[in-house]
Design a protein around this ligand. Structure first.
Ligand code: ZN
Ligand code: MN
Length: 476
């Protein structure tokens, strides 16, 4: 059996976070009524002319700068011609030979090493509308709200050698694009969509074999699944001498069946009859603008991670989670700024908060509330165990932690008399554990402290309970 390697390249379409569309002043808002955000320009009425939205250029430069691209001082737009009902002009205004950004890269962290993924280009273009196919109806509806929404298309070199590498790249790319605020990157709303090219070749072979394009993968999970399945399909064909059956084509991912299906043979560039867009002048970008954008890019995830490790003495694992999302990283620093120990804050966020909000399906817990809660645990007003319960309460009621503690009488039992009664009771109720302890089975201590915590609904101070327990046993 031959040994093969997998070659993957990605094309990622990202909807830019502008208020208005790329060539008209229609709103880009998601979720409007069908065809509400349309005008003669974005519905392709003959005689209308496009005017380029300046913000689109700025955001594209920003993305290019964050991906270490060269920015072309002069670029141009081109018509990409194809006929499809979601494309009202029967051409898409895109960029062909001179994109705004080219020759960049992004480094990804693999388990054992870093890998540089080269970025061929980043260009701007307009999105198409949406077709709505109704069951049991002999017609299709079209919604042009998305027609003319600005996109950047990010094209990588075929540098990936596995589905995992591709997914790792996408996650990092998404995080960066969110950091620099060029897009909300909501994959479920189609703000970030991925097409993947994949081919297989024998190890040592230089030329590429025919590649297949898988279209519109809209979650990281499905990108991974689709690429793995297509890799398997192609390897199997080559292994049985049926490699000739692999065509240059576009395939669609069937999420339910877990297979790729042939859609259409893939057009070559010349099929699109690209030519320069005659209705738009060339795009001239001032060097000062590029400099300004490069100089004002926010701190990107890698740099932030290094700073978090140095400044807050956190480990790699927790930092990775905290910086994965800019909102989360800002949240962490906000709570730290309230005077909590960074290590505690990180621990609460990573272990408790993320899990709790996921379970309760809420967006967030106010930084002020979490800061107060951490301080109350730190000061010993409540135990950590009770703290967790209070956290759940904050999520449910949105109340202030102090209010919850007073209302429910959750303050720690630190009064000696009160605690002693409970300790005595636990000792008399657990003769077997006491016997074990006397026979040198020290594990019994943990069990007994656990019983005390249970009796007090977690309100005892565990360290104090343990001391008292040992003292009491030594006396008898
Ligand atoms: Zn419009
Ligand atoms: Mn495109």
């Amino acid at each position: 059996m031959m040994i093969y390697e997998t070659i993957i390249g990605l094309e990622i379409h990202v909807e830019l976070d502008t208020k208005s569309k790329i060539f008209c002043s229609c709103s880009t808002e998601f979720g409007a009524k069908p065809n509400e955000n349309t005008c003669p320009v974005c519905t392709g009425i003959p005689g209308t002319l496009p005017i380029l939205n300046r913000e689109v250029v700025t955001l594209a430069i920003k993305a290019g700068a964050a991906l270490s691209c060269e920015i072309n001082i002069v670029s141009k737009t081109d018509r990409k011609n194809y006929f499809y009902p979601d494309l009202p002009k029967a051409y898409q205004i895109s960029q062909y030979d001179i994109p705004i950004c080219k020759d960049g890269f992004l480094e990804i962290d693999l388990r054992d090493r870093n890998k540089k993924i080269n970025i061929t280009r980043v260009h701007i273009e307009e999105d198409a509308g949406k077709l709505i196919h109704l069951d049991d109806e002999p017609f299709t509806l079209v919604d042009y709200n998305r027609a003319g929404v600005p996109l950047i298309e990010i094209v990588t070199e075929p540098d990936f050698r596995s589905a995992e590498e591709a997914v790792t790249f996408l996650k990092k790319l998404k995080s960066i694009l969110k950091y620099i605020e060029v897009s909300d990157c909501r994959m479920e709303q189609g703000s970030l969509r991925c097409d993947a090219n994949i081919s297989i070749r024998e190890i040592g072979q230089r030329a590429y074999n025919k590649k297949v394009e898988i279209k519109n993968l809209n979650s990281f999970k499905e990108v991974g699944r689709a690429l793995k399945e297509e890799e398997r399909r192609q390897k199997e064909l080559y292994n049985f001498g049926d490699g000739y059956r692999i065509k240059q084509e576009t395939r669609k991912w069937d999420v339910v069946r877990g297979i790729t299906l042939a859609m259409r043979s893939k057009e070559d560039a010349h099929d699109y009859r690209f030519f320069p867009e005659p209705d738009l002048p060339a795009i001239h970008i001032k060097k000062e603008l590029i400099e300004e954008i490069r100089n004002t890019l926010p701190e990107l995830p890698n740099k932030k991670a290094r700073r978090f490790m140095d400044e807050y003495d956190l480990n790699e694992k927790e930092v990775e989670i905290l910086v994965s999302d800019k909102g989360l990283a800002d949240y962490f620093e906000k709570v730290v700024a309230m005077g909590c120990r960074p290590k505690d804050v990180s621990n609460w966020i990573v272990v408790e908060v993320l899990r709790s909000i996921k379970k309760a399906e809420v967006r967030e817990i106010k930084a002020e509330s979490l800061g107060k809660l951490i301080r109350l645990v730190d000061q010993g007003t409540i135990s950590r165990l009770v703290g967790k319960a209070v956290l759940r309460d904050i999520i449910e009621s949105g109340k202030d932690p102090e209010e919850i503690i007073i209302e429910k009488g959750l303050s720690q039992i630190s009064g000696e008399d009160e605690l002693k009664k409970i300790v005595d009771r636990v000792i008399s109720k657990n003769p077997k554990a006491i016997e074990d302890l006397k026979n040198g089975k020290n594990k019994a201590i943990g069990f007994l402290v656990g019983q005390i915590m249970k009796e007090t609904n977690g309100k005892a101070n565990p360290a104090m309970a343990k001391d008292m327990l040992i003292k009491n046993l030594n006396e008898t």
